[in-house]
Design a protein around this ligand. Sequence first.
Ligand SMILES: *Cc1c(COP(=O)(O)O)cnc(C)c1O
Length: 388
Amino acid sequence: MSIQELESQFTSGVYTKRPIAIVRGRGARLWDSDENEYIDCVGGQGAANLGHANPAIVEAITAQAKTLISCPEMFYNDRRAELEAKLISLAPPGMTRVFLSNSGTEAVEAALKFARLATKRTEIVAAMRGFHGRTFGALSATWEKKYREPFEPLVPGFSHISYNDIAALDEAIDHKTAAVILEVVQGEGGVRPGTPEFLGKAQELCRERGALLILDEIQTGFGRTGKMFACEHYNLEPDLMCLAKSIAGGLPMGATLINSRIGELPSQVHGSTFGGNPLACAASLAAIDYLQSHHLPEHAAELGAWFLNELRQIESPLIREVRGLGLMVGIELKQKVTPYLQALMARGVLALPAGLTVMRFLPPLVIEQSDLEKVVQAVGEVLSHEVN
Ligand SMILES: *Cc1c(COP(=O)(O)O)cnc(C)c1O
């Protein structure tokens, strides 16, 4: 039985899958079970900023696995202590504490709970086209109907305003608002960068009205947009910041960073068995060290600007807009994106959708310009004529 037949028989069915089995990776390249080679612009949906089989990550994971894998937070741990200090040293000014978990949605869940605790308010303002995860709290902040509706009723108290709409913000934030949760660049919602005015105003209004600003940097963090965190482009100082995806070189991990404006959190109010495990912490330390020592955020800024410019040169009646920040890039088409993603795959390039009409590129930040040149060429070819 083939890999695909076996997996199809037993998988939950909640994923739309492509008809290839990826079995091996190196840097920004992936191979399927038939030894076909691909340039990877899916990048583990944002979890593979460090590249596949990065030797520094492999070495850190191997060494830590031989030393200690499990250590719940009822004990202190050397790797965890080191990582928490490191995250705070990198974070925007004012961040003082860290809650560690295992995924993006958990990082958001923690932020929402801490915001309600700290403000003693219940309402959360989120954005249309926002994506924050699939567990009930994070899902309540997520906009997309098809993710939400099958599971209603969701958590009460959530409302959604139009992204980049300052007047809507002003109207939505009041004395009942616990927090405003926003992505700095909307990812799943179509690669839409926030405007400095909108994000700045969100922070200002939160401060003024006693609400907290939660930034979801799960996709934009760890060099993706050309800075370690995207909020650095805007000089934002959020009250809570959610991290995951590439935080631990591809291993599952989430983190919620907590600002000094949030009072002490009572012990026992939240927790996670796997949260802060030494294996993920060691991987994260190695990932951050690699990002910094190889200047990957700067590389993403330069290469991303070049890539965006090259894509904008493509003349195609199918393109509505090309946009992005760093190596987080989207091409909005005037029609559905799926056939074009299939055509790209046939040319050895893996990219992902962001909604129905946006082609999204999240290559590992270690990708070389020569590979992106091939991607530009392939995109030009597949967008040169209409496919169904
Ligand atoms: C992927 C993502 C999440 C959810 O992360 P999971 O690890 O899949 O739970 C939340 N917010 C943003 C912005 C994301 O891109």
